[in-house]
Structures are given as C-alpha cells and as structure tokens.
Design a protein around this ligand. Structure first.
Ligand code: NDP
Length: 400
C-alpha cells in the first residue's frame, strides 16, 4: 500500500531487484512510539469496558452448562471512543496522522505483542482457567491455535474475548477508518468522495456491530471458538491491518467518483449492511422469544432439535426455517461479503491489493459455513439432516 502502490507487479519487481533482504530492510520494526500508542489505546478501551455502565446480559449456555454474564456497554464505549478521538484532533491535542505515520511500526508491534499475548492465554488456560469450559486436546499446537478456554476472564468481570474481539479489534476498525480520512484531509486539504464512501460504509458497519454487540456474544466467535491464536491474534492484528486496508489504500490514492456513482455505491453498501443485520436480528429474536415472534409477516416455521450436552443433559434448540433463514443456511454471509465489496470498490480497479480483504473474507466465510455445518451436524444429528432437507443451500441460494 505504501511502498508499492498496492500493486502486486510493483511488489514483485521490488523483490526481483532487491531480493528478500530488501524486503526485510523496509519491513517496519516496533518502536517506542508504536508501543505507547497501542498501550494508551488498550488501557483506554479496557477502562471503558470495565467502568462504563451497561445492562447485565447473559450469554448462551455453554457446552458444560455455564452461562457467562456480560455488561452491555459496547455502544457507549464506541461513542466515547470516537468522540474522544475526534475531539483530540479538533482541539489540537493529538493528531491522528501520527497514528497513520507510525502504522507500519504499530502493526509490527501488534504482530509480535499479540503472539506473546496468545502464549499468555495458552499458559493461563493450563494453570488458571476461568471456568469449566476449558481443557487441553492433548496437542500443544492445537491448544495454542484453537485455544484452551472458551470464556477466559481476568478477575470476575474482565472478559478477555470481549476485549480482543470487540473493544480492541472492532473498535480499532472505526478508529483507523477515521484516521485514514483525517490523514487524506491533512495531506490534500480535502477528502475525496471515494474516501467518504469508504469511511461512511465502514463506520455504518462498525456502528451496526456495536449496536448489536450483545447479539455477537451469541455467535460462533464467542460461544463456540475458544480464545487462542486463531480468534485472538486475528482480532488483535488482522482486523486493524487487513480489515481496514481498503481505507489505508485510499489515503494516497484518492479517486474522484462523482456524486452520482458515489451515492449508488453508498446506498448499495448500506442496503447490504442492513440485510446482514436483519438476518442476525431475525435469528436472535426468534431464539429470544422461543419462536413466538413474527418473521416476514407470519409466524415462523421451525424445527425443534434436541441434543445432549457433554454432561449428559438433554436440551432443545429451535432452528428457524423461514425468513432469511429459508433462503440458505448461511445467507447472511452474502450481504456481508457484498458490503465489503462496496466499501472497497471506491478504489476502482487499478490495483489488486485493496481487494485482499474481500477475497480473504469470502474464503473465511465459506470455511466458516462448513465448520458451522459440521459442528451443528454432530450436535443435532437427524434434526440437522431434516433442516438441510428443508433448507438445502449452504450460502448462495440456488447455487451453493
Ligand atoms: P451465526 O450467527 O450464523 O451463528 C451460527 C449458529 O447459529 C450455529 O452454530 C447455530 O448455533 C445457530 N443456528 C444455525 N442455524 C440456525 C437456524 N436456522 N435457526 C436458529 N439458529 C441457528 O454465525 P456467525 O458467527 O458466523 O455470524 C454472525 C455474524 O458475524 C454474521 O453477520 C456474519 O456475517 C458476521 N461475521 C463477520 C466476520 C468478519 O470477519 N467480517 C466473520 C464471521 C462472522 P446453536 O448451536 O446455538 O444452534
């Protein structure tokens, strides 16, 4: 993005000319400034997570029968973060361009620091697990990669996955989107319409995320994936760097789309974010009301699926088979991928790298759909088979 214009061929030429050594030489190293920025941001977000008031919310019952409780203060923390960050810039106290100018060093520090953090999680899982939802698979690499604990906490209240996934990772997405916009403004004296569309769509997406954060605590990331390298390193490193990368590209590649095209892209992106939100909302409302809700104007159609927990108890879950959930088993991934495409397309098609996130996300979600189906098949057995016969497509209705 910075040294080779987001161009694969330029990067290749650079490598041919300078070899791996040249690449290592331009690779940014962590600096004191980078550590300071990460530390202040991390402590600020941890303090908001702990001290901003919020309603007590209970998460889903875990495989060993625990029910974690959370403080739902995400939207307030998000609001405080953005207002504080923009005010620091507005009143000349801290210029976000400092973050952009040290971004390589910050990402480098995050890569290394998060690895150390994942080692800490691995050791904690062995010596001081927070609940019975933990344990070793007997293989060190699997334990490190997939994690030891489902709900690790520091003390009783500080939930580590809420911090890594939501308050550090997702929050950094919004903070960096604003940073890129401000950097372009400070360099060019104005913000291009392509940057405005990109920033607005990413902010709408992250705002939706925090609006629905308590719902996120019911999804695979929190309720099924343990806290290991896969999810925690991903949220601490991959989200701030790769997820925000279309905006980073636009900083020094301003594109003028024209008002009409910019508006079309903006509306299409917002529509996709809304549909993605509505899919999640529909499923959660259905589960919350035990099926006693209205889905697309009618009483929902459903399957009552029984399953046995690891402690031998028999329980029942409802599977929704109408509304968005009748189109395919993971239809919500379609608008998720399209939304990412719409906040990238303002970069137009000069270079491939801005599209890296969309390509990565598509692979991630197709893999996730398979993992989720496998898990549900082994959890629900014949009921999942029945569900698949009613809703035969995995992601793209009529195709896949
Ligand atoms: P879901 O919210 O789809 O949750 C999957 C779980 O829901 C299943 O494991 C099952 O759990 C339950 N379920 C499955 N089918 C049904 C049904 N028909 N009716 C009721 N419950 C059902 O999973 P995700 O965590 O993948 O997605 C959540 C959101 O996060 C989506 O909007 C997705 O697009 C987004 N996302 C974004 C990513 C990104 O990197 N940008 C990555 C991943 C997700 P149970 O055991 O309770 O039955």
């Amino acid at each position: 993005m910075v040294h080779a214009d987001g161009s694969v061929s330029q990067t290749w030429n650079f490598l041919k000319q300078h070899g791996l050594q040249g690449f290592i030489e331009i690779w940014p190293r962590p600096t004191a400034t980078a550590w300071k920025i990460i530390f202040v941001y991390g402590v600020f977000e941890a303090a908001l997570q702990l001290f901003v008031p919020g309603k007590r919310i209970e998460g889903p019952i875990s495989p060993t029968g625990n029910q974690p409780a959370y403080k739902a203060n995400g939207m307030a923390a998000y609001f405080v973060t953005l207002v504080t960050y923009i005010s620091l810039w507005w009143f000349g106290i801290f210029n976000p361009t400092v973050v952009y100018d040290h971004l390589g060093e910050i990402f480098s520090a995050l890569i290394f620091g998060s690895l150390v953090f994942c080692i800490f999680l691995y050791i904690k899982g062995h010596v001081a697990p927070s609940s019975t939802d933990s344990g070793s698979s007997g293989n060190l690499i699997i334990d490190f990669y997939w994690g030891m604990e489902l709900y690790p906490r520091i003390g009783k209240n500080f939930d580590i996955k809420v911090f890594t996934n939501c308050r550090f990772g997702m929050m950094s997405w919004a903070v960096l989107a604003v940073t890129y916009c401000i950097k372009q403004y400070e360099v060019n004296g104005k913000v291009s319409d392509s940057m405005l569309v990109n920033t607005t769509l990413m902010l709408v997406y992250v705002t939706k995320f925090f609006w629905w954060e308590a719902g996120y605590w019911n999804t695979m990331d929190i309720a099924h994936d343990r806290a290991g390298f896969y999810i925690c390193w991903g949220c601490l490193v991959w989200v701030p760097s790769v997820y925000t990368s279309p905006g980073m590209y636009l900083v020094n590649h301003p594109v003028n789309l024209g008002t009409q095209l910019a508006l079309y892209i903006l509306v299409a992106g917002i529509l996709c974010i809304y549909i993605n939100y509505d899919c999640d909302r529909q499923r959660q409302e259905f589960r919350r009301t035990n099926g006693k809700c209205i889905v697309w104007g009618k009483a929902p159609s459903k399957i009552e699926a029984t399953y046995t927990t690891t402690s031998g108890e028999t329980k029942t879950s409802l599977l929704l088979t109408s509304g968005w959930w009748s189109l395919s088993r993971h239809f919500h991934y379609v608008p998720e991928i399209l939304a990412a495409f719409f906040w990238t397309v303002p970069a137009l098609f000069n270079h491939l790298l801005p599209y890296f996130y969309v390509v990565f996300l598509t692979i991630l979600l197709f893999d996730r759909a398979k993992r989720d189906d496998d898990r549900c098949r082994s959890k629900y057995g014949k009921y999942w088979k029945l569900y698949c016969s009613k809703v035969p497509y995995k992601i793209i209705p009529g195709i896949h």
